[in-house]
Design a protein. Structure first.
Lengths: 430, 490
């Protein structure tokens, strides 16, 4: 009898105090923010760049680049939001002899398919373009140069071999020169084209994008750069600059001039690491910052007139400091600019945050963010927002944020009465 | 009986006549008084050495009440005279009256002794008569010497206890009816010491008297019994003499042993008759006033053995047999049916001893129990304290886990910002919850251990030495009964 009483007491005590540790697993599934720590590997600075991975209707994939010992990984998210590391992880040093990466390596995704490209400085002062789907292969290596910006673009047919197909390829800029990377039959030497402004001054390219202006079959090149180091300019070049130094064309002689009507001085002089992020064929945002470590930054929205071939600023720029990177989030018919501020103060801690600005295609960026994202347990130098991406998940886009050795994915942005905004509901399949 | 004493009392100063009711007939009383006076006078003369007069006094007493003991005392008077005078004529008279005594009481308990005295005296008479005659004219002859054997022959007169009743033929019990009937009235004989005399007769009230028999006196107990018409009369008999008789309530003990007859109040009564080694006999009888009821028990032998529980401290122990209280304290000797039985000996502060034993018929199993003291339960107390400590720790940890759980739930509900799946509060809360669970498990195990410690049989167990001895049935004969008795041999 005494034994029964004791056992019953223990059971009641256990049940009453509620020591179901599995409740925390359930709570983990209840929260709509997934966080993934640095996987085991050589990388000591995981998450320096992120981009969407292969697209699909179920779950999602996110490409994550680690620095320190350079590493390529792909996080696979199941439809219910659980994450796992794909077996395609690569040690870049082992595979390609790339030991260290820039603080902000260039990782771009092909808008026309699932491919991604990592444009980095290889060990021998050369530019390496590593391309692939669910992995990376050495696409082209050339130089000796340093990569400053890159974009996917559909180039015009090659002058020397016009019959070759022209799928989207990576255009890399280094200093005032752009390099077109061919899918096959790479010219030797590597073709290149120096970009000048209308006054024949070299344009130091800081951001490059692909705009569909003068042709319906290939892209022109929109460039954000500086001239003389103190004037910021947006310029539009013919797509043929991809082909380098052909006998004829825009880059004949290895030098290209911009489309004269397109040149637009910007109030911000971009430094290395600035970006042009295409919203669509004729709209883009300019993500600018000074050298890394500077708080000055710039987020502007621009429209290209394909007829007049002009570039105009639409709406006011957002000049909040410490902007590092940004991307465009498409939610149905709405668009948002997701901007990462990894040095921003949160609760008096330099932990970083991400602001989600509504984007009106005709009115520009709304400077009042629809949501602000940060870690609920902010830590100093967490660098929350040093990389952002719009990740296709269950057929729709969700926000992914990179921090120091940690990747966040927001499967829901609202509805909520709080500052998280009400942008999209829970995208997970429960 | 060596202490048996015969006294002849002529003097009436020591005689006692006890009457329990008004005398119904004066003649027996007068004869008894006459005999008593003659006895007392003869006793005085005997002490004065006037043996012929003393012998005459005892003859007068016998003439008044013919008790054989009076004849013995006549013989004793002549015997002592002959012993002092070496007179063969005195010896001859002594032999004559000794023989009359034995003729009157052929079952006398001292028959052998008297016969031996007769033999010695007859030889002495012959020796004295055959001795050479002394010379005449030479003065008085030297007195004859008696033999050493005749000198050593003890001789003395005896006292007498006489028990009479009116009416006669009543049953006499000595001290306790449970000892069985002693004799029937009238009875005379020797008794030594203080005794309770119980006289009972059907239809009459029981007469009881405590007497102190004086070995130098004639003690006469005369009971005139009053009629008891409203009582019934029950006669108990059994094929096993000495069986115990219980009436209505066994717990008060046996009222007597078979054979037994006694008055009993009318009404319905239950009688048990039992003897060791036999099945119990039970009978219910409607006793009617003035009627005689015979209870005859035919006891059947049963396969019975005995168990005897002994040991150090057994007097403070309680003994149970087959779950029933057998003895409130030891030592405990009980008859048991043949077969398996469970014996439990318990004592406060000591470990109980329980053992299944097999009792066989006609055996006595002796169990010498050594009870071990109960050990301290301090280890159990420590375990309970630890269990409580772990339980308290588990509650604290569980509350911490609940605190984190509430925080996380609140944060998720508010979403400002929501905790991510890697939020340290998940890990902390989970750790607290797991730690709480683990602590509860430890507390539970410790509690169970404490319970085990509470009830475990710690230390040396209580033990016992068992010895089995054979019981044998032996014939036994006593006054008024004969049967089989049981005794142990080893």
């Amino acid at each position: 009898m005494r034994t029964k009483i004791l056992l019953t007491g223990c059971a009641l005590l256990s049940a009453g105090v509620g020591c179901k540790w599995t409740d925390f697993d359930d709570l983990e599934k209840d929260t709509w923010v997934s966080s993934t720590d640095k996987p085991n590997g050589d990388s000591t600075d995981y998450g320096v760049a992120i981009a969407r991975g292969q697209k699909g209707s179920n779950g999602g994939k996110l490409v994550v680049i680690g620095a320190g010992q350079a590493q390529y990984t792909e996080l696979v998210y199941s439809p219910n939001g659980d994450s796992d590391l794909a077996p395609t992880a690569l040690k870049l040093n082992t595979q390609f002899g790339i030991g260290n990466l820039d603080q902000q390596p260039i990782l771009i995704a092909d808008p026309s398919n699932d491919e991604v490209s990592l444009v980095v400085n290889s060990g021998s002062q050369a530019i390496a373009v590593l391309t692939g789907t669910g992995g990376l292969l050495a696409h082209q290596v050339f130089g000796p140069e340093q990569p400053d910006a890159a974009t996917y673009m559909v180039p015009p047919p090659r002058v020397d071999q016009p019959a070759l197909p022209t799928p989207a390829q990576v255009l890399v800029s280094s200093g005032d020169t752009v390099y077109g990377t061919f899918v096959m039959n790479v010219p030797n030497p590597q073709t290149k084209c120096q970009l000048q402004d209308a006054a024949a001054s070299p344009v130091t390219v800081r951001g490059v994008g692909a705009a569909r202006v003068s042709s319906t079959t290939f892209d022109d090149v929109v460039v954000w750069g500086s001239v003389g180091g103190n004037v910021g300019k947006l310029l539009l070049y013919p797509g043929s600059v991809f082909n380098g130094n052909p006998p004829v064309g825009a880059c004949a002689g290895g030098i290209a001039q911009p489309i004269a009507t397109s040149v637009l001085e910007t109030p911000f002089v971009p430094a290395k690491g600035s970006q042009i992020v295409m919203v669509d064929a004729t709209h883009f945002i300019a993500v600018g910052h000074k050298d890394l470590g500077s708080a000055d930054s710039f987020l502007g929205y621009y429209t290209i007139d394909p007829t007049a071939k002009t570039i105009t600023a639409t709406g006011a720029a957002v000049t909040l400091g410490d902007l590092r990177t940004a991307t465009v989030l498409n939610v149905g018919t709405k668009r948002f600019v997701v901007a990462g501020y990894p040095a921003a103060l949160v609760e008096n801690v330099k932990a970083g945050r991400v602001l989600v600005f509504p984007l009106d295609m005709t009115a520009g960026i709304d400077a009042t963010p629809a949501a602000q994202l940060y870690d609920s347990q902010p830590e100093d130098n967490q660098q929350f927002g040093r990389g952002v991406a719009a990740m296709p998940f269950n057929g729709e886009e969700v926000v992914a944020v990179a921090a120091d050795n940690e990747i966040f994915v927001y499967f829901e942005l609202g509805p909520s009465s709080s500052g998280m905004g009400s942008i999209y509901g829970d995208k997970r399949v429960r | 009986m060596k202490s048996r004493v015969v006294f002849v009392v002529w003097a009436g100063i020591c005689a006692a006549v006890l009457a329990f009711a008004q005398p119904a007939n004066a003649q027996p009383v007068d004869a008894l008084k006459k005999a008593q006076n003659a006895f007392d006078n003869a006793q005085v003369l005997y002490l004065q050495g006037k043996f012929d007069e003393a012998a005459q006094g005892f003859q007068d007493a016998y003439a008044a009440r013919p008790f054989p003991q009076f004849l013995y005392n006549v013989g004793a008077s002549f015997h002592l005279k002959g012993k002092q005078t070496a007179d063969p004529e005195a010896f001859t008279k002594a032999v004559e009256y000794y023989k009359k005594y034995l003729a009157e009481d052929p079952q006398a308990s001292d028959k052998a002794k008297v016969e031996k005295a007769i033999g010695v005296l007859e030889a002495e008479i012959k020796r004295l008569k055959d001795a050479p005659k002394p010379n005449t004219g030479s003065g008085a002859p030297p007195p004859a010497e008696i033999s050493e054997e005749a000198k050593n022959l003890e001789v003395k007169v005896r006292g007498l206890v006489v028990v009479e009743s009116e009416p006669s033929n009543a049953t006499i019990y000595i001290d306790d009816k449970r000892k069985g009937s002693f004799a029937t009235t009238p009875w005379s004989g020797s008794l030594d010491g203080e005794h309770k005399i119980i006289i009972e007769k059907r239809g009459y009230k029981i007469a009881e008297k405590t007497i102190s028999a004086d070995p130098t006196k004639l003690f006469v107990l005369s009971a005139v019994m009053a009629q008891e018409d409203y009582l019934g009369w029950v006669e108990f008999k059994s094929n096993v003499p000495g069986a115990e008789i219980f009436i209505d309530d066994k717990s008060v003990g046996a009222v007597g042993k078979t054979p037994l007859s006694q008055n009993i109040k009318p009404g319905k009564h239950t009688f048990w008759i039992s003897a060791e080694g036999y099945d119990e006999y039970k009978e219910e009888v409607e006793v009617i006033a003035g009627e005689t009821h015979a209870i005859t028990a035919a006891l059947k032998g049963a396969p019975v053995g005995k168990i005897n529980v002994i040991g150090l401290g057994i007097e403070d122990s309680t003994i149970f047999i087959d779950g029933q209280l057998a003895c409130e304290r030891g030592p405990c000797l009980k008859p048991l049916q043949q077969g398996d039985h469970v014996v439990t000996v318990s004592r406060p502060g000591f470990k109980s001893y329980t053992r299944r034993v097999t009792i066989q018929a006609k055996t006595e199993m002796s169990i010498k129990v050594g009870l071990a003291p109960k050990p301290s339960r301090s280890d159990a107390v420590i375990a309970y304290v630890l269990a409580a400590g772990f339980g308290g720790g588990g509650i604290f940890l569980g509350l911490q886990a609940n605190k984190y759980q509430d925080q996380i739930k609140d944060a998720i509900a508010k979403g400002d910002p929501p905790p991510d799946s890697n939020d340290p509060r998940f890990t902390k809360g989970k750790i607290f919850a797991i730690a709480a669970d683990a602590t509860f498990v430890i507390a539970g195990i410790t509690a169970l251990t404490a319970v085990y410690y509470t009830f475990r049989d710690k230390g040396a167990p209580s033990t016992a030495l068992i010895d089995v001895r054979a019981l044998a049935l032996t014939p036994q004969i006593g006054p008024g009964y004969a049967g089989l008795g049981m005794e142990a041999r080893w």
